[in-house]
Design a protein around this ligand. Structure first.
Ligand code: GRG
Length: 292
């Protein structure tokens, strides 16, 4: 798969984050902890979705840059907190030791807190040149996707169901919130920043819901089929923690089929965008067919 477009998006967001988190912040160790996890080379799927959604509706990369950076900050906070001993207690993330293993639990909690808060501060940047009403909508979308009815709710459902017998409906509820809501928010925030309204916004919603769930199903399968080196985090960790996953419920093959069916739904939803929707289509394929 040609990933040039993804690398182009990655470069833009990496540069912006690199420049933003600099020595002007007053607590050097906090800055170090933040940079350690944020600039450790994640796939940058959420920023890429925001950029691609903006382009699909005729917006620019510049329009979607603040939400792209804010989403990556929020995503990184969730990974740092998810890895803590009180949550998943993991040692490896993005190919290196987890944040708390290097900086201690207290600093890891604070680095996550600072990233979440700073994401919203970043969205008030005066040089973000889109209409003020659109900015408010973007803020609402991102807050909703990350908060009490979004990613955090999903994490709680996930923790509550560890080790339990669950059905497909419960599993879908966990996945659509824990992972799906922030991915959906990435598509909608980028689209809204680029000027999406009405039917265009609805198409993005359908696309975002499908790829949000497909991403986590692919992630569940990769947890079983990829190596620790490929993933940059411990493989088979869901199995060890008796986590609710699609492969544990449906098996690997049926899980793959479900992810493919969701991919088809996502591709169909964005047909009306024509060639402007190509980056979204490529991203959907990447999300389902990736090897890490
Ligand atoms: C509120 C205390 C508190 C903690 C929040 C909400 C939360 C902790 C964690 C949930 C987030 C989580 C770990 C979801 C799993 C989603 C997932 C597959 C993450 C990995 O995302 P990738 O593959 O990672 O995009 P990279 O490293 O490439 O960015």
């Amino acid at each position: 798969m040609n990933l040039d477009f993804l690398n182009r998006y990655k470069e833009v967001v990496d540069r912006a984050l690199q420049v933003y988190f600099n020595e002007t912040f007053i607590a050097p160790r906090l800055l170090e902890a933040i940079r350690y996890s944020l600039l450790a080379g994640g796939k940058r799927v959420r920023p890429a979705l925001a950029f691609a959604a903006s382009e699909a509706v005729g917006g620019t990369l510049e329009d979607a840059l603040p939400p792209a950076c804010a989403l990556e900050m929020i995503h990184t906070y969730s990974l740092i907190h998810d890895d803590l001993p009180a949550m998943d207690d993991d040692d490896l993330r993005r190919g290196r030791l987890t944040n708390h293993k290097v900086f201690g639990d207290a600093m890891a909690i604070l680095a996550g807190d600072a990233l979440l808060t700073q994401a919203f501060h970043y969205l008030t940047k005066p040089d973000w040149k889109i209409p003020a009403e659109r900015k408010i909508e973007v803020l609402r979308i991102i807050a909703h996707g990350s908060g009490i009815d979004g990613m955090v709710a999903g994490q709680v459902l996930d923790l509550e169901n560890e080790g339990k017998i669950f059905d497909e409906q419960t599993l879908e509820r966990i996945h659509t919130h824990k992972t799906g809501k922030l991915l959906l928010a990435s598509v909608l925030a980028g689209g809204k920043a680029g000027g999406a309204e009405g039917l265009n916004f609805e198409k993005l919603m359908a696309y975002g819901k499908s790829i949000g769930l497909a991403f986590q199903i692919a992630d569940d399968v990769l947890d079983l089929t990829a190596t620790t080196e490929q993933l940059g985090k411990d493989s088979k960790s869901d199995l060890k923690k008796k986590k609710a996953t699609y492969p544990s419920l449906l098996g690997i093959e049926k899980s793959r089929q479900k992810a493919k069916a969701l991919l088809e739904e996502a591709l169909e939803a964005i047909l009306p965008f024509g060639p402007k929707g190509d980056p979204l289509a490529l991203l959907a394929r990447y999300i389902v067919e990736r090897h890490a």
